[in-house]
Design a protein around this ligand. Structure first.
Ligand SMILES: *Cc1c(COP(=O)(O)O)cnc(C)c1O
Length: 380
C-alpha cells in the first residue's frame, strides 16, 4: 500500500499552509463589497433590479446563447428547463447515476422518472453508447415521440451532467437524442467556463443550467441560470420563474402554475462581481491543475485531465486510485491531516428514493465510484 504523506505535504505547499485545507472555497477579490453596498443603498435587494439584468446579459455572453435567465439555484433551474423541454407527468428522463443528487431530484420534481444510464470512463459523464444501447433495446419511436417499451411511458428528455467540469461527448449524444426525438438539457451546474469544440458548455443542448452555489467556480451565495438560444422559451422560463404573472399596471393575474424561483438582486450583485473574475479564476485553476498533474504523475497516481477538443474549468480536481482499498487509505490519510478530500458521489440508485428506477449495468459508474477522489481545488 502506498503512503500518501507526500501528497499531504505537496498540497500543504500548494496552498502554503499547515492549517485545514478545504475542498473548494469562494474568493472575493473584485467588486463584491462595492456592488453589495450599492445594491443595499438602492433598496432593490429583492426580486428585481439592475444587477439581475446585468447578470443575465453577462451570462448570455459567457455562454454564447441568445438568452440567460437568472434563478434562485441550479436545482430550480434544471426543474424548469426540463418542464420547458416538454417533460411532464409520468415521462422519463435519461441521465447518469454518477451525479450530485440535484440532477435526479429535478426530474422527480416534474413528476417524471429518471432512467440511470452508464457514464464513459474518459469523461465520467453520460455515455452516448449507453444511451444508444438502451434506446435500441428498450425504446420505440412513435409519431409523437420516443416511448419506453417496458413502461409504456414517453422518454422526453436527456439530462447529461458534465462531471466536475469535464465535458461529455456532446456531439455523439446530441446526434443520438435527435434521432430519437429526445430533447437534451445540459446539467452544466459544475461546468461554467468549460468548452466543447470551442463552444461553451451549456450552449449546445436545448437548455443549459448553471449553479452559483458557494462551492462552485464562482458564486452568488446561492443562485442559478438557465441559458438557451430559444428566445421564446427563455421568455417562458422568466415567466414561469416569476410566478407566471401577466404584466399589468396593478392587477395580479396568473394564468398557470408558476414558481417564485427568482434570483434576488443582492445575490446578482455578488454574481456580477464574481463573473468579472471568472477568466482569471479559470487561468489560476488551470495552473493548479498543471502543477497537480506533474506532481501526481511523478507519484504514479492518475490525475484526471481534460480530453482533446475540450477545455475543463477544473472546478473540483480529482485523482483516480487503483482500487477502493487504496481510495479509502488515501481518504483516511489526507483527512486525518487536515487536507480535505472526498470520494465521488454514491450512485443515485443506491439512494432510497431512486432505488426502483430503471437502469443499465453501471459498469463504468461503479468503477469510478470506487476510485475517484476530489482534492483541494480552490483558486489560490
Ligand atoms: C451544484 C449542482 C447542482 C445544483 O445546484 P444548486 O445551485 O446547489 O441547486 C445540480 N447539479 C449538479 C451536478 C451540481 O453539482
Amino acid at each position: 500500500m502506498k503512503s500518501f504523506d507526500t501528497v499531504v505535504d505537496h498540497i500543504q505547499k500548494t496552498y502554503n499552509t499547515k492549517n485545514f485545507i478545504p475542498l473548494h472555497v469562494p474568493r472575493f477579490r473584485g467588486n463584491e463589497k462595492a456592488y453589495l453596498l450599492d445594491c443595499i443603498d438602492s433598496t432593490f435587494v429583492s426580486s428585481v433590479g439592475r444587477y439581475v439584468d446585468r447578470f443575465e446579459e453577462m451570462m448570455a455572453k459567457i455562454a454564447n446563447t441568445e438568452r440567460a435567465v437568472a434563478v434562485v439555484n441550479g436545482t430550480a433551474g434544471i426543474q424548469v428547463a426540463l418542464r420547458l423541454a416538454g417533460v411532464s407527468s409520468r415521462n422519463e428522463v435519461l441521465t447518469q447515476a454518477l451525479t450530485f443528487v440535484a440532477t435526479a431530484n429535478a426530474i422527480i420534481y416534474n413528476n417524471a422518472n429518471p432512467i440511470f444510464l452508464d457514464v464513459d470512463l474518459d469523461t465520467m459523464g453520460l455515455s452516448p453508447k449507453a444511451v444508444s444501447d438502451f434506446l435500441n433495446a428498450n425504446a420505440e419511436l412513435r409519431e409523437d415521440g420516443c416511448y419506453n417499451k417496458v413502461t409504456g411511458n414517453r422518454i422526453s428528455a436527456c439530462l447529461p451532467m458534465h462531471t466536475f467540469g469535464f465535458p461529455v461527448h456532446l456531439d455523439e449524444l446530441i446526434a443520438i437524442c435527435n434521432k430519437w426525438n429526445i430533447t437534451v438539457v445540459e446539467d452544466a451546474a459544475e461546468s461554467l467556463g468549460s468548452m466543447y469544440k470551442g463552444q461553451p458548455i451549456g450552449s449546445l443542448g436545448k437548455f443549459g443550467v448553471f449553479s452559483f452555489n458557494g462551492n462552485k467556480v464562482v458564486t452568488s451565495g446561492g443562485g442559478g441560470t438557465i441559458v438557451t438560444n430559444d428566445v421564446q422559451l427563455a421568455e417562458k422560463a422568466k415567466y414561469l420563474t416569476t410566478t407566471a404573472k401577466k404584466p399589468h399596471k396593478f392587477e395580479y393575474y396568473h394564468d398557470e402554475l408558476g414558481y417564485n424561483y427568482r434570483m434576488p438582486n443582492i445575490n446578482a450583485a455578488l454574481a456580477c462581481s464574481q463573473l468579472e473574475q471568472l477568466q482569471e479564476f479559470l487561468i489560476r485553476k488551470r495552473e493548479l491543475a498543471h502543477e497537480y498533474a506533474a506532481f501526481f504523475s511523478s507519484k504514479g497516481i492518475k490525475f484526471r485531465t481534460e480530453l482533446p477538443n475540450t477545455k475543463a474549468n477544473h472546478w473540483l480536481m480529482c485523482i483516480e486510485l487503483a482500487d477502493k482499498k487504496e481510495r479509502d487509505s488515501f481518504l483516511e490519510t489526507t483527512n486525518a491531516q487536515g487536507v480535505m478530500t472526498r470520494p465521488i458521489w454514491q450512485l443515485m440508485f443506491r439512494l432510497p428514493m431512486f432505488q426502483n428506477c430503471q437502469r443499465d449495468s453501471q459498469k463504468n459508474a461503479i468503477f469510478l465510484e470506487e476510485r475517484i477522489v476530489n482534492i483541494p481545488s480552490s483558486v489560490r
